[in-house]
Design a binder for this molecule. Structure first.
Ligand code: NAD
Ligand code: APR
Length: 242
């Protein structure tokens, strides 16, 4: 593994246009369940049953109670060594563009200022009447009035299944992918697009794909440097070589 860690650090240091992408696995060691791992249920609900516009239209109280439960669970947890190592790497490699599929906000807490949150943030609400987006740390009900327009039309500011990702997040990622010569992919199963396609694109242009994952690797990524193990153990080892 040491030789691969050294190769990964070298590839990152020499990259002209590096990109970082993380998934639920980077938060696993913070005690937040991933989705497709063994603990694949969130409070006995399957998220494709609740993290969808249809579920919210049908039963907004249930979907809000589920997100309120997840907010409370995440609020009790902390970023782990992997998040802090990612922040260290982003300081040592100022050109690094960092994106996450997670909604727990831990990358920003750990110190990555300009993290691109592809799927939104569990603490933010969006008003479907006036568009106001604001932080809401407490429980939300379908009757909770919007702070701006007072309508009871708040929803989680999270990208649900079947929804488009925000353009202001995707734009910089796609621009970077045009020239990306090294991507670090941490803790993602590569089962949801567009994120699942990023590493494939980098490999297509002969860039380095540095994948960190506890399992045996995926057909999705023709990964270049596959570091098998926990993000909390491997990312710090890469960071200290930079
Ligand atoms: P998921 O990982 O729950 O996926 C649920 C299932 O839906 C999967 O089997 C997947 O194959 C399926 N699916 C994928 N795309 C679909 C689509 N377009 N339509 C219908 N089904 C689809 O996701 P989740 O846990 O419900 O994620 C909801 C939110 O929670 C996401 O924004 C995700 O990023 C987030 N999340 C965050 C963390 C974290 O912040 N640490 C951890 C896990 C999930
Ligand atoms: N270190 C590194 N990798 C880990 C760790 C760990 N400690 N623990 C788990 N993993 C890996 C798992 O092997 C798996 O490949 O993290 C990955 C988690 O995959 P998922 O649970 O599918 O989460 P993610 O890839 O983020 O899902 C992507 O799909 O459902 C949508 O929007 C949802 O953001 C989510 C997206």
């Amino acid at each position: 593994l040491t030789e691969k860690v050294e190769r990964a650090a070298l590839a990152l240091r020499s990259a002209r246009a590096p990109l970082f992408l993380s998934g639920a696995g980077i938060s696993a060691e913070s005690g937040i369940p991933t989705f497709r791992g063994a603990d694949g249920l969130w409070n006995n609900y399957r998220s494709e049953d609740l993290a969808t516009p249809v579920a919210f239209a049908r039963d907004p109280a249930l979907v809000w109670s589920w997100y309120n439960w997840r907010k409370r669970l995440i609020a009790e947890k902390q970023p782990n060594a992997a998040h802090y190592a990612a922040a260290d790497i982003s300081r040592k490699i100022p050109t690094l563009l960092a994106a996450t599929q997670n909604v727990d906000g831990f990358h920003a807490v750990a110190g990555i200022e300009n993290i691109l949150e592809m799927h939104g943030n569990i603490y933010r609400t969006r008003c479907t009447a006036c568009g106001d987006i604001t932080e809401n740390r407490g429980d939300i009900l379908p009757t909770t009035p919007c702070a701006t327009c007072a309508e009871p039309t708040l929803r989680p500011d999270i990208v649900w299944f079947g929804e488009a990702l925000p353009a202001n997040v995707l734009q910089p990622i796609y621009e970077r992918l045009q020239i990306c010569d090294a991507i670090v992919v941490v803790g993602t199963s590569g089962s949801v697009y567009p994120a699942a396609g990023f590493a494939v694109e980098v490999r297509r242009r002969e860039g380095h794909v540095i994948e960190i994952n506890v399992d045996e690797g995926h057909g999705h990524y023709a990964n270049d440097i596959y570091l098998r193990g926990r993000a909390g153990e491997i990312l710090p080892r890469i960071a200290e070589l930079l």
